[in-house]
Write a protein that binds this ligand. Sequence first.
Ligand code: CP
Length: 345
Amino acid sequence: MKHLLSTRDLSAASALRLLDVAEEMSAVGEREIKKLPALRGRTVVNLFFEDSTRTRISFEAAAKRLSADVINFAVKGSSVSKGESLKDTAQTLEAMSADAVVIRHPASGAPARLAASDWIDAAVINAGDGTHEHPTQALLDAFTLRRHWARIGGTPSAGTTLAGMKVLIVGDVLHSRVARSNVWLLTTLGAEVLLAGPPTLLPVGIGSWPCTVFYDLDEAIAQRPDAVMMLRLQAERMNAAFFPSTREYSRRWGFDDGRLALLDIMGLDDTVIMHPGPMNRGLEISAAADSPRSTILAQVRNGVSVRMAALYLLLSGDPHDDEPRDDETHSLPHDLPIPEGRTTR
Ligand code: CP
């Protein structure tokens, strides 16, 4: 694997390998010295054309825990605001010997364009492109779900899938790259995926997606999901009225106190509530965000381990890359060797 651009083209073997390595990385985070020398001498560039808190900071923390040098590039204050193109920006980074570029961009397909170009030779990681994909978010969500599936606090054994798990994704699917990446990844890992949202916020062609669609949230909850993933209502991507009012949206599609209590009444003791953040509190989610069912802060924490795994596997030239893509055997990199040279170049 040279780049990480989407979960749609990620095989089960590759996804499980990454989740297994992320478990090892998480163990590093429990140590007194939380650092590995694995990417010493490598340079990771965070190239963010859109705002971010969680993704940018956790990629920075992940790279630093692996001893890489990190350059944070934000569009505000850069020459992009003077009209510099993606190509010229990329070639500038190439001249600075970037080994990995973590890119967030408002245009769907921008990371793939960068990866396919001869502008830069670095590994490209998609940190969210338009409404297309956000693969590391889906991977950290899968990591969180896999731990939950192995019972909260447990460590899943290598190769554990999400077979038998039912995950309900709710809300603004139309504008959500998180929803798309999760639909592809969770189904690849064997989970059953349900989607619920107002028809105006579900994309054309959703009937061909590998999931069941509901137009009523309570009907979807009645399917007894193991996890409910609330999506952020993405007002910044809306150029029209998609629902009558925020009060109406919250009543029909918000995970409010009533729906939180409903899980107790239904005896769904182990159902967790997820949200990728940032949250619109009081709109798509309320007290559930702070309840014992919430995995929201665990998702943020797990993001560092998953992004360490992604950087490590892309920059170290994973010896398991030559295995058949759908091979169901997975082994852990017990000694996490320091990669020799720039093997991805
Ligand atoms: N979930 C997520 O991508 O959050 P940020 O926009 O804060 O990075």
